[in-house]
Ligand binder design. Structure first.
Ligand code: ADP
Length: 518
């Protein structure tokens, strides 16, 4: 605790015993605030100043320090001033800096011999909850940069620092990946691990401290000379046997050094935070693997589409017997080749549609059309497949025409996907497409008499690459992307898809679209 923060120091004529008392009070883990009878600060110990996040001038009124000195609390303090009986009260300490949070304190107010008050505040019990809060706050954010930024904020607050940073290492270099306060100029900068506090923290597997960083000639200081740091504490971040980096807190030049309780707080925080950092690192890796998978799928699909188009062309030449007459068995083989090529093309188109949606390249292009035209167009695409399987495809239209304004290509794609599935997963019976209007929505119910879907599988059907794990689905093939794409398209058009199904009886997928998008 610097003398500037102490009201005792401001009084002048400090005796040796005063200095001793002040030193002892500064070592306490409790916050001590001494108030004059008119509730003005005459002294604040190190812990209290640290909670506040800035030096506290003598004469500051209590009302300006805490958020809720409501009348009932003032009455409690007045009562203690009057009868000398100690009283408990709860206060919220207002943060001195915009980047720190308010802190809840449980205080005991006692009357002093001089007729003022001394407030003794504990956050002991609160620490456990705060660590819980830390874990919760960190778990709430999944974005790596946000996790690290939140961690810096919390570290500075909890350890009474004015700056904090998270550093990671690769090979012989260390990088400041997140920073707050006075450490901000170092964000994104790399420095030699050799001779750094990071290296010491790793080697000793413990918290290391520096009382005056600016005079310590450390590698980071050499790389970022404009850094102005006083005391610094650095704690290693370990999770699942892996060293993820370090968490550092710092105070301004000339500020009091960090004490053992600060180091203990940093250690506890580093232990809690390491798991959250580990989790978001894993998430980051998974997301970049996902992006790599997306790029791979898109490139491969493009590469496969070109030769497939050529194959389909040669196939047609053979089928049309342009290259010469063919026997019946030969034509039969050519027809099978055509069907397989078409199947492959459809799968590739689906993957391309998926990657284009994922990359946000799809835009809604509305036009005006009749809903029955949309429905007929979709049914026409699927009719040959239904006929091939000996299924009846029924289209039921409302009596009155429905004029819509939407993206007809996307709406048709959704209906074709759902109709295609209905035919694919039905071996006998009927597939019905029923169009109806209710209010400002158009509804298309696609009902089949197929294999049905178990109730517990319904929630995951719309996830990418999801397929009901039965031999039947395997036999029918597919990418598992159709429903995911359909739902995304329907959502883009301002609508949604509903599903109901009974195993062994059949399913109904319903697309509900607004009559007019946007
Ligand atoms: P795909 O058909 O390419 O496998 P979809 O996303 O279109 O992918 O469908 C996902 C899964 O949902 C299918 O594999 C199937 O298990 C199930 N499914 C979809 N529609 C039906 C349906 N009409 N009847 C039974 N199962 C269906």
């Amino acid at each position: 605790m610097s003398t500037a923060t102490s009201g005792l120091a401001g009084c002048g004529g400090e005796t040796e015993s005063d200095a001793g008392v002040r030193l002892a009070l500064d070592l306490l883990d409790a916050g001590v605030l001494v108030l004059s009878p008119d509730l003005r600060v005459t002294y604040a110990n190190a812990r209290w100043t640290q909670w506040l996040g800035a030096p506290l001038a003598a004469g500051t009124s209590l009302v300006s320090l805490v958020e809720n000195v409501a009348h009932d609390r003032l009455a409690l303090l007045a009562a203690t001033l009057g009868d000398g009986q100690p009283r408990m009260l709860h206060l919220w300490l207002r943060p001195a800096r915009a980047d720190t949070a308010a802190r809840h304190l449980s205080c005991t107010a006692r009357r002093t011999a001089a007729g003022g008050l001394v407030l003794e505040a504990h956050i002991g019990d609160d620490e456990g909850t705060s660590l819980h809060d830390v874990a919760r706050r960190l778990a709430e954010v999944s974005d790596m940069a946000e996790v690290l930024h939140t961690l810096c904020e919390i570290a500075a607050l909890r350890c009474g620092g004015t700056a904090a940073a998270v550093l990671r290492t690769t090979g012989h270099l260390s990088e400041v990946v997140a920073a707050s306060g006075d450490l901000l100029p170092a964000r994104g900068r790399c420095f030699e691990l050799d001779g750094s506090m990071v290296q010491e923290a790793f080697e000793q597997n413990a918290i290391v401290s520096e009382t005056n960083y600016n005079n310590a000639d450390r590698p980071l200081q050499r790389v970022v000379p404009e850094l102005a740091l006083g005391p610094v504490l650095v704690a290693p971040l370990h999770a699942h046997g892996e060293t993820l980096g370090v968490l550092a807190v710092a105070r301004a030049i000339g500020a009091p050094t960090f004490l053992a309780p600060d180091a203990e707080r940093l250690r506890l925080l580093a232990d809690h935070a390491a798991l959250a950092v580990h989790k978001s690192l894993l998430l980051q890796q998974a997301q970049s693997a996902d992006r790599a998978k997306g790029r791979f799928l898109a490139t491969m699909s493009h590469e496969l589409r070109t030769p497939l188009t050529a194959l389909a062309g040669y196939n047609e030449l053979l089928a049309d017997q342009v290259m010469g007459p063919m026997t019946e068995p030969q034509l039969d083989v050519v027809e099978r080749m055509r069907s397989v090529t078409m199947h492959l093309s459809a799968m590739i188109e689906e993957i391309l549609a998926f990657t284009s949606l994922e990359e946000g390249r799809e835009l809604v292009r509305p036009s005006e059309f009749l809903a029955e035209d949309l429905v007929r167009a979709a049914a026409a695409v699927i009719e040959p497949l239904a006929l091939q399987k000996g299924l009846k495809l029924e289209v039921v239209l409302p009596r009155a025409s429905v004029r819509m304004s939407s993206d007809i290509d996307k709406a048709r794609q959704v209906l074709v996907n759902l109709l295609g599935n209905a035919v694919k997963f039905t071996d006998a019976g009927t597939v019905t497409l029923r169009l109806s209007r209710s209010g400002h929505s158009v509804r298309a119910d696609i009902t089949d008499t197929g294999i049905g879907i178990p109730a517990d599988e319904l929630p995951r059907l719309f996830r990418p690459f999801a397929q009901v794990d039965t031999g039947l689905t395997r036999r029918h093939g597919g990418t598992g992307l159709g429903l995911y794409i359909s739902r995304r398209l329907a959502t883009m058009l301002g609508g949604h898809i509903e599903v109901s199904s009974v195993v062994g009886k059949g399913s109904t997928f319903s697309v509900v679209l607004p009559v007019s998008t946007g």
